[in-house]
Design a binder for this molecule. Structure first.
Ligand code: HEM
Length: 311
């Protein structure tokens, strides 16, 4: 039987919680975490079965350093490595601590919360939260910059090919890689732009979400920077699961970037083009209004691997 992948391609969620944790030293901590990872699917059933319409799901990711502690006897996944920080002429993408990621999605915030509570009840004594983001769907799939976010995500069979490891690392077929970054927006500066200037920064129209014509889209627009087509015409894609988050009282407005790929090099290349620029200096205009404050990279083993390796 083929290994069962985790729910990477879950339906678009109205609510999400991203939990990034570090795991304390010691074998006991590692044993506990291995056990919890093996139980994630069961916990999702316990919390979600009572409210099937909520479509609760959870993807667990393991960072590079923790992997060697949890699964020392297993082969290392081909592309597992820590998040590489980037420093461009104007903007930087920091690499920040993160051993474990839980990406919880649902159409209801209560089920996301309840699953995060159950996970932390099991992990609280061996792991520390680096950050928790409670993301929400904002109007018609818009980010807090006011643009529809996710339109050009691949779907169907292309999405499956985009996110799941295949023959290049047969032992881990059905696994995936995910990079998450927390961005904070300067909405005052963004709001001072005209709608036309905002559209040129993104590369799409704001109200109708139509891609601007090629001769209008600037080279530093977000869409142009992140459209990568090889010489043979192959498009290099990722599947994004961005979520807006914020607190009006704290004046904090952000986007949690979450990108899944079969090979993290594709996401890394996009980040290189955004922060360093291709050619160097052509940084993504979105960064003049959005600051990356965290950056972590994780391997997403199959659900089968997590259960079989729980010990
Ligand atoms: C497209 C927002 C960060 C990769 C888009 C679009 C928006 C958007 C509004 C256009 C609609 C769509 O196709 O989804 C944001 C925001 C970000 C962010 C608010 C954080 C502040 C990133 C990062 C990456 C990325 C870090 C890659 C590492 C892409 C890609 C597309 C896209 C591949 C589709 C381009 C195309 O083929 O048209 N993003 N994004 N985005 N973004 Fe982002």
């Amino acid at each position: 039987m083929n290994p069962l992948p985790q729910d990477v391609l879950a339906p678009p969620a109205k609510s999400a919680i991203f939990l990034v944790l570090t795991v304390r030293d010691g074998d006991e901590a590692a044993d506990t975490v291995r056990g919890v990872l093996g139980d994630v699917a069961a916990l999702v059933r316990s919390v979600g079965f009572r409210i099937p319409e909520a479509q609760l799901s959870c993807v667990a990711g393991v960072g590079s350093v923790l992997w060697d502690r949890l699964y020392p006897a297993a082969k290392r996944p081909l592309h597992l490595r820590p998040f590489t920080p980037l420093t461009g002429a104007k903007h930087a993408a920091p690499s920040t601590p993160g051993d474990l990621l839980f990406h919880i999605r649902s159409s209801r915030q209560d089920t996301c919360f309840e699953l995060s509570r159950q996970l932390m009840a099991r992990l609280g004594s061996v792991a520390d939260a680096v950050f928790e983001i409670q993301g929400f769907r904002y109007y018609d799939e818009r980010d807090l910059l006011g643009f529809v976010d996710g339109t050009e995500n691949p779907g169907g069979a292309i999405a499956v090919d985009t996110v799941f490891v295949g023959d290049e690392d047969p032992e881990y077929a059905g696994s995936s890689y995910v990079i998450v970054q927390k961005y904070l927006h300067d909405l005052e500066a963004w709001g001072a732009l005209t709608v036309e200037q905002q559209q040129l920064a993104i590369g799409r129209t704001k109200s109708d979400d139509i891609e601007l014509p090629d001769d209008v889209k600037p080279a530093n627009s977000h869409v142009v920077v992140n459209s990568i087509v090889e010489a043979d015409g192959t498009e290099r894609r990722i599947v994004r699961e961005n979520m807006p988050f914020g607190s009006a009282a704290a004046g904090e407005f952000g986007t949690l970037f979450c990108g899944y790929a079969a090979d993290p090099a594709i996401t890394e290349l996009m980040l290189h083009r955004m922060f360093i620029g291709e050619p160097a200096g052509n940084h993504d205009r979105i960064l003049d209004f959005s600051t990356a404050v965290t950056g972590c990279s994780f391997f997403v083993p199959t659900a089968t691997f997590l259960e079989d390796s729980a010990g």
